[in-house]
Design a protein around this ligand. Sequence first.
Ligand code: SDX
Length: 424
Amino acid sequence: MDNAKLILNGQEYEFPTFAGSEGEVGIDFAALRSQTKAISYDPGYGNTGSCSSAITFINGEKGILRYRGYPIEQVAENASFVEVCYLLIYGDLPNREQLESFQHDLTYHTMIHEDMKKFFEGFPPSAHPMAILASMVISLSAYYPGANDPENIDLNIVRLLAKIKTLAAFAYKKSIGQPYVYPRNDLSYTADFMHMMFAVPAEPYQVPDVLERALNLLLILHADHEQNCSTSTVRMVGSSQADLFASIGAGICALWGPLHGGANQQVIQMLEMIQADGGDYQKYINMAKDKDSGFRLFGFGHRVYKNFDPRARILKQSADEVLGALGVKDPLLAIAKNLEEITLKDEYFVERKLYPNVDFYSGIIYRAMGIPTDMFTVLFALGRLPGWIAQWKEMRDDPKTRINRPRQIYTGATERSFVPLNKR
Ligand code: SDX
């Protein structure tokens, strides 16, 4: 491929270019500063590739999302979440023997050390479950020292995938003052989580198939999304050779933000606010268009998708199916659909290419499943965990990985002499 040419201060520089497997072109600026003394400047990294990756491909203009080359629509239709975990982390769909072995490992590592239950007791009942989840995941480093040793990586990947649903369910039980329900080895990954969430010691609880299937779909749709904010955080922290648990804990914190994974909770709170306000969604659309209002339509817009988010399209259809199967009629779904319909014709949203994203309909399904609103982002984290792990492993397996250390353009005070206190 031709080199890219840059002319700066009358001097011409050339930089190599390369294309990814889907034809995206990258300009290799590794020598930019050493050659030109200038740096690239791209706040928010909207035009900057932090890495090359073989895990997930997104084409935002065409609404394409593929996990290791498989279209999300086909994966969502045919795979189990455990298969997707294996696919993202190890690169190919598992054969029957590999899947059975992986499933066995995930089943027999779900228990957490009994001492970790004491950590839950230290949190106030009002603690947000994302705060609990992040601290619990990082605390796993204390129970599994040597997590960075190469021979421990695969075992710790299994431990984390297996234990995160136990930690999430225990956080929920703690928040409602109910006893913890321990994992069961006779249930699937998703059924076991739902059982730990909703079973009570007083009576047996059979996880309805529709809930097991809905959760499987939701976790798959959230499983990876290339270099989003939380995944970039996992790579950033992991590039210092912090261990898997610490890196994933940082990713959980980044996901919590309302502009990222925390948006699913914000969407429901926004829809409830609109409902409480008489369902006047046009009022809120007008507020979202008014910069001075400080209000945004949560669940709309995306840095990459400038057409539809394929996950939102699947979730919109699933919302009708799951609520129908559960016999749930949720007025928030009608408000959501009206919001989408109006924005599709409103110039403000059309001009800025603002369409529903993955968070817009997911909360309505979680709500119908009985998941409390403050657990929505925890469910996002459960789904995104295999993607974070896959990206962390890809980064750590790459011998060319260097610690991530961006530069800056300094705009502060130039040199000045210190002024002693008695002269200020
Ligand atoms: C996720 O990156 C990923 O892949 C993330 C994710 C994943 O799977 O990991 O897909 C998951 O985080 C989805 C996004 C969830 N967040 C929300 O739903 C929060 C609401 N959306 C926005 O805040 C916003 O759209 C972002 C954060 C998603 C994207 O922000 P950008 O790319 O920085 O876009 P921007 O803020 O610069 O907005 C561009 C314009 C602005 O208007 P102008 O200044 O050009 O006039 O669009 C406007 C914004 O004001 N805008 C919105 C809007 N989102 C953008 N206006 C009203 N409502 C909105 N939701």
